[in-house]
Write a protein that binds this ligand. Structure first.
Ligand code: M6P
Ligand code: ZN
Length: 196
């Protein structure tokens, strides 16, 4: 434990996701997420016409990355799609398998979770809901609504982020805007739709 860390409080704005007195710690644009979306032609045409939208941002409470501490941060995923696929986070495993807790603050979303053994689960993330990610489950958050999706996440300070497996093979399902609402589609089918 860091003996210099004193108890503290932050102000949470459930409407904007800001975490006062901290500033934005992360901004991810479409160009930062190469290969994440199924429809590469849609990615290319957005980038070619100069549109490199901010997909999500985070505010971090500045807790030290030392064992024993609990990191917590808010994330704001804007509303939108790339092709028909909703804006989402890159998604990751933790370097050291450990749990994470999500609390919905505003907007409507879906969490995709996948275990190293091939298990899959999806849970809605919205205000008044908390989603528990067990150790060993990769997680990606998708904004399925028309407003920003805002949530708080807390995880162990020594968890670490491992993006390699997700960058290599992605999640087994993707979330698309369908005729009547969000649709969870097998990733292979989503890719087939784009190329075929
Ligand atoms: C949440 C937490 C963070 C994560 C962020 C963005 O705030 O899970 O650990 O960094 O979402 O997700 P990603 O790292 O997958 O881009
Ligand atoms: Zn995580």
């Amino acid at each position: 434990m860091n003996p210099e860390t004193r108890p503290f409080r932050v102000a949470l704005d459930f409407g904007t996701g800001s975490l006062t007195p901290f500033g934005e710690s992360l901004v991810r644009r479409l160009s930062d997420m190469a290969g994440s979306y199924a429809d590469q032609a849609a990615v290319d045409s957005l980038l070619a016409c100069g549109a490199d939208p901010v997909i999500y941002r985070a505010y971090d409470a500045g807790v030290p990355h030392q064992p024993g501490h609990l990191i917590f941060r808010t994330t704001i995923i804007d509303a939108g799609t790339v092709g028909s696929e909703f804006f989402m986070t890159k998604g990751h495993h933790h370097d050291r398998d450990s749990a994470e807790l999500y609390l919905g603050m505003s907007g409507q979303g879906l969490m995709l979770m996948e275990s190293r053994e091939g298990g899959f689960s999806s849970e809605e993330l919205a205000p008044h809901a908390a989603v528990y990610v067990p150790p060993g489950w990769a997680h990606r958050t998708v904004n399925t609504g028309t407003e920003p999706l805002i949530f708080l996440a807390a995880y162990f300070a020594d968890a670490g982020h491992d993006y390699a497996a997700i960058e290599r093979s992605g999640f087994s399902r993707r979330v698309h805007r369908g005729e009547t609402g969000p649709e969870l589609r097998p990733a292979a089918a989503a890719l087939g739709e784009v190329t075929g």
